[in-house]
Design a protein around this ligand. Sequence first.
Ligand code: ADP
Ligand code: MG
Length: 420
Amino acid sequence: MTSTAARQTGDRQPQFLVAWSDGHGAARAASGFRRVFGQAPEGVWAAPGRVNLIGEHTDYNGGISLPIALPHRTYLAAAVAPDDTARFASAQAEADEVWQAALVDINPGSVTGWGTYAAGVTWALRQRGVAAPALTGYVDSCVPFGAGLSSSAALEAACVLPSQDLRAVAGPPLDRTLLVAACIAAENQIAGAPTGGMDQAAALQSAAGCALIVDTGLNSIELVPFDLAGAGLELLVIDSRAEHAHASGEYGARRRTCEQAAEVLGVPNLRQIRPDQLEAALDDLRKSKAFGSAEAAEVAVRRVRHVVTEIGRAEDFIAALQEGRMDALGPLFDASHASLRDDYEVSAPGLDLAARSARQAGALGARMTGGGFGGSAIALVQAGQARHVAEAVDQAFTAAGFGPPVFLLADAAGPAERII
Ligand code: ADP
Ligand code: MG
């Protein structure tokens, strides 16, 4: 049946993106490497995408986020380059076209293209005194691009491990905190994309069966058990396939408002405002002349209310996980979505529809995840219900005239590692 006919009869099947096995991913990357570079790789490394459970737009406010690593991974087959020139090809970029740059030529602002994420980590490690070799590499991945599932950090993490493992003078593994810092520097300074550090920490410091508590205020990383199967639950990821329109300009605007509000309130960041101090803080913002108009002050009020309540929800979520109160999770998802939609204004029609239609189909809670303006939503569902919920969301998208979403089932998976 053609897809048009399926659409008309309403029996289109939701499209699930199943994670590759490590054997499959490694074989794909290694065979691409042989085809493009005419030799065998020295090894294959893999790093996961991630999805954030809760704590959105909190990282630049000294707050908490709670990502899990996905079973969906980016694979890199790699070898040491003969001439200190980074060369990368990717099954997801122009077919077999090689991105290349001599390491001496890589500096902030000097290179462009997807290879900046890959070669940027070598640059960043060298900046930190690590004698990382330039790499020849072939990338293949089942992490969707630009879906808020952090394909960029997966790529960086898949490249930072061989940079460490293939050092000329072998040494003990480097501290993963250093590797995370190198990946963040590569993305911020060489790829030129402003991000916090949640994505890179999830790719490199997560653990199977756990969520990662990324606390940017305390500058700490901790694990908390996140055993969905044990609780009879599943996490459905809904990639709305909507473009992140205006995402970077709006991101900058949200950040500036938060910084300005913190200044008005006399605190280093909004983490310092505890939930029981919120109303008083909002009154101070309303009275302040710093925003230029009453309307602008009211916008700041909404932004601050999101940040403070969202940090509170992340804390409540963690406490619920620690105490095994899994029934508390769904309502926190719902409240987070409403806050992101109404107060922070970073949702999008496709994300609202995904969350609403998932809930109507029986999801225990649903929210947009990631920076917003497109990307993905997540729904917490009873075990065995994911397909039913996906069908309902898929139909709602068709009825609204949106293109078909893509679904992923997310278990809390393990961190970046060497496969071969
Ligand atoms: P997200 O991290 O949410 O997927 P980003 O915009 O941060 O979205 O990163 C996506 C970019 O990362 C792509 O446009 C591309 O430049 C790069 N990238 C990620 N994965 C790959 C890959 N497998 N092959 C080539 N480039 C990739
Ligand atoms: Mg990214």
